[in-house]
Ligand binder design. Structure first.
Ligand code: SF4
Length: 380
């Protein structure tokens, strides 16, 4: 995690109304030089200032298309700002309002760990594996994947990426979300017995040589601290509380939860499915609470609740608040760029190669198919 200096005065203690008023004024004064990107999981107080709202990949693309914008302020987390810098045009600078806004999942895979894993795989099964990384990973991991012939995936196009990858090699190394990898592969008919979890903290990933050789997919032991909070017990509970409810969850949720859900798909899929649902329908949503609350607000003719009783909030995203946004904007007005995120040229080159391979994949947007329950560990 990068170090964020404490927010200086006067920004740290301005009244909220003044902060919001000054953000509006700074944004107007910066005009087309500025473009603010707001991730779906951001709080409404930030989203109201976003010029574009979306998931991490779409936002990075949108930012790079704003040719007039010199400053892209990414209201998201660190790996998203890195991705925006990888795709940015040479005259654009990417800014993250709070450097401590990291991602627990992205932090679960380091470049050194991926190199160690790769060396073991090449030793045990030379040339048999292709690496894929979820968008939610550092630029260094994306570069590792790009250098070794693999691609980035999003939660929307994961299935397409897997199809492509298995045409290239026998085995996929999927970094860093074990749940997205398992849910996607299982939906494509791969039995759990052909999946192995690579734990980077253990020698040989905690696996026997045989397990590594037999696996069709190696799932990096990583997860989202938000989506893993949804448990299988939440599903019958919400069904009892809200008869007729549709359960829709993100594929970063555990396999057991996805198997019990009615729908499994990316953030975009969740948004579109609820928007297209008939008035009066009921939805229990397994994703970050700010998005769930926004969906409830935007669709007052439907019942939209969180799948879990507890607040599943992305605490690092939550660091991006109006005082930090105002701080970066007013510094820009003074000609100072604070909290710029840059990716070095070599990392950028290889990470871009992995992103380009993703763009070359045919189509995207297939939801992860949810199959009916099968006991964990069941054989083919
Ligand atoms: S919701 Fe999960 S994957 Fe997304 S930024 Fe937060 S911790 Fe990372």
């Amino acid at each position: 995690m990068l170090h964020q200096q404490p927010l200086p005065e006067p920004w740290a203690s301005l009244p909220e109304s003044e902060t919001l008023h000054r953000i509006r004024a700074a944004k107007a004064a910066l005009g087309k030089k500025l473009f603010i990107l707001g991730h779906h999981y951001q709080m409404d107080e930030i989203i109201q200032f976003a010029d574009a709202r979306g998931d991490s990949y779409r936002l990075s693309q949108v930012g790079s298309q704003q040719t007039d914008a010199r400053f892209i302020v990414f209201c998201g987390v660190h790996f998203m700002a890195e991705s925006a810098d990888i795709l940015a045009q040479p005259h654009q600078q990417v800014i993250l309002p709070d450097l401590a806004a990291g991602c627990s999942m992205a932090d679960m895979a380091t470049f050194d760990q991926s190199e160690d894993c790769w060396a073991t795989l090449q030793d045990l099964a030379p040339g048999k594996t292709i690496p894929l990384t979820y968008m939610n990973s550092s630029a260094a991991i994306k570069a590792f994947v790009g250098k070794n012939g693999g691609s980035v995936t999003t939660s929307s196009n994961c299935r397409t990426a897997f199809e492509w990858a298995w045409k290239q090699k026998d085995k996929i190394l999927f970094i860093p979300d074990e749940h997205l990898g398992r849910n996607t592969a299982f939906g494509m008919g791969v039995p759990l017995s052909r999946m192995a979890v690579w734990n980077p903290a253990l020698p040989n990933g905690g696996l026997t040589d045989r397990q590594i050789r037999d696996a069709k997919i190696l799932l990096w032991k990583g997860c989202c601290s938000v989506h893993q909070k949804f448990g299988p017990a939440d599903v019958p509970k919400v069904r009892a509380a809200l008869p007729g409810v549709n359960v829709i969850v993100h594929p970063e949720c555990k396999w057991e939860v996805c198997q019990l859900a009615d729908h499994v798909g990316s953030t975009d899929y969740i948004i579109k499915t609820i928007a297209a649902a008939p008035a009066g329908s009921k939805w229990a949503v397994g994703t970050e609470i700010h998005l769930t609350n926004r969906l409830a607000h935007e669709h007052p003719d439907k019942t939209v609740v969180s799948l879990a009783g507890i607040q599943c909030l992305c605490s690092t995203m939550f660091r991006i608040d109006p005082p930090h946004l105002l701080w970066v904007l007013e510094n820009l007005l003074e000609g100072r760029v604070v909290n710029r995120i840059t990716v070095d040229a070599d990392t950028k080159k290889w990470a871009k190669a992995a992103l380009d391979r993703m763009l070359a994949l045919p189509g995207s947007g297939s939801p992860v198919a949810a199959k009916r329950p099968e006991p964990v560990g069941a054989a083919d």
